[in-house]
Design a protein around this ligand. Structure first.
Ligand code: NZQ
Ligand code: ZN
Length: 383
């Protein structure tokens, strides 16, 4: 196990009826900007709950943050923050609203140039507005991590940044607010969390038994409760289990001291940027292809995963059996598409996608063995 520092400052407030606690959680006396998405919170009652909890506060609103939040939209909110002297951001929505709000938080103070440089040139912000969250879609882990992924419409880019400055100070997770999610977003959320676990787990053995068992436990819970929540959308305990899995999948804990492989996410972001595919849809298609391509390097961990997560006892090729089981989970358990061709994507832009990743100076995989040629091979395996 490698050395690590783990410091997650986000306070989690979990359970039924917890939105009412906003009155204690949001500091008094500050000018608050509430950010939200396309309006789901107005239809499911979350907006009313937030407003009721913050009655009498100096509160303004910025709605319309889209899925795969756009720089162009977020810069409008930055203007509002500067003009209105906003002091606290309250993000109410899914990962896109939370990520978009993290960008607003740093961009509001960024004066060294275009805030896009924080994403494109790795420019380091030095200050951020404090953020609180009400999470309505369990998936990304954004409610308890320092990461945001932002898209730029004009250049079809989708890039991430990470800074401890944007850890939410608190996040409220009320699983009852998840009842109104469309089936597709439930499928997406389970799949995203599952792949987050796998990208921190499925590399090579690193003498990190606690991290391994935690990752396997979250994966098994998603495999058991994912299909259950799809069958029983109003099953509170199943909703709560999925919500906790998705927070734990990407709050930094299971990735401490272990090698990681974010190949699936990095190629996936390009597929979203070019084709508009849902984030989790890209992951479900790419993960098995990455594993097949890297089967030799990942064999030991694939076999461990086969035995401990899928209880594969006897198989000629345990690694392949594990990959098949995973595909079957995505396809039958979650009801998602698992091939690019099913999403209308052909080979046309594979070279361009690989060249873009290479141009950012990135080599992917836990051994940095995945470059331009290998990315094209992985994309071909996903067709
Ligand atoms: O915009 P509204 O009207 O709110 O509707 C949203 C949106 O259309 C809807 N929704 C959310 N909560 C709902 C609801 N509908 C009904 N009832 C509710 N309770 O769901 C749709 C999708 O929302 P979105 O926030 O886009 O989904 P998700 O949470 O999956 O976030 C995806 C984004 O997060 C990024 C992805 O790349 C993508 O841009 N990621 C962020 C990460 C992070 N910060 O750590 C890591 C992830 O790997 C991921 O890359
Ligand atoms: Zn993800």
């Amino acid at each position: 196990m490698q050395n690590f520092v783990y410091h997650n400052p986000t306070k989690l407030v979990f359970g039924k009826g917890t939105i009412a606690q906003l009155s204690d959680l949001v500091p008094t006396g500050l000018k608050v900007l509430m950010t939200y998405g396309g309006g789901s919170i107005k239809r499911n009652g979350v907006y009313d709950q937030v407003k009721a909890a913050l009655k009498g506060r100096d509160l303004i609103e910025f709605g319309g943050i889209e899925p795969n939040p756009r720089y162009e939209t977020l810069m409008k909110a930055v203007e509002v923050c500067r003009r209105e002297k906003v002091e606290f951001l309250l993000a109410v929505g899914g990962g896109s609203v939370l990520d978009g709000t993290k960008f607003i938080a740093v961009a509001a103070f960024y004066e060294a140039g275009d805030p896009w440089d924080i994403l494109a040139k790795n420019a380091k912000p030095t200050r951020a507005l404090p953020i609180g969250c009400v999470l309505t879609l369990p998936a990304t882990g954004s409610e308890s991590n320092p990461i945001a992924v932002i898209s730029r419409e004009a250049t079809r880019e989708k890039l991430a940044f990470s800074t401890p400055l944007v850890y939410p100070t608190f996040s409220i997770i009320d699983p009852e607010t998840h009842y109104s999610l469309p089936r597709r977003q439930v499928q997406n959320g389970i799949a995203d969390a599952f792949v987050h676990v796998m990208e921190q787990y499925l590399t090579y053995p690193a003498d990190a038994p606690v991290q391994d068992r935690l990752a396997e436990g979250i994966a098994r819970t998603l495999i058991e409760y994912g299909p259950k929540v799809l069958r029983q959308p109003r099953n509170y305990n199943a909703r709560a289990a999925i919500a906790l899995c998705s927070t734990l999948a990407l709050n930094g804990l299971i990735g401490c001291g272990v090698p990681q492989d974010w190949t699936t996410h990095l190629i996936g972001h390009e597929l979203t940027a070019f084709y508009g595919l849902d984030h989790a849809q890209t992951l479900v298609i790419l993960l098995p292809a990455v594993w097949r391509h890297q089967k030799r390097a990942k064999r030991k961990k694939l076999e461990q995963y086969a035995e401990r997560v899928w209880e594969v006892k006897r198989a000629k090729d345990k690694a392949e059996a594990a990959i098949r089981k995973t595909e079957e989970f995505f396809r039958t358990g979650l009801g998602m598409k698992t091939r690019l061709s099913e999403c209308g994507v052909g080979t046309e832009r594979f070279e361009e996608i690989a060249a873009r990743i290479e141009a950012r100076g990135l080599r992917l995989g836990e051994h940095k063995s995945i470059g331009r040629k290998e990315i094209v091979e992985i994309l071909k395996l996903s067709l």
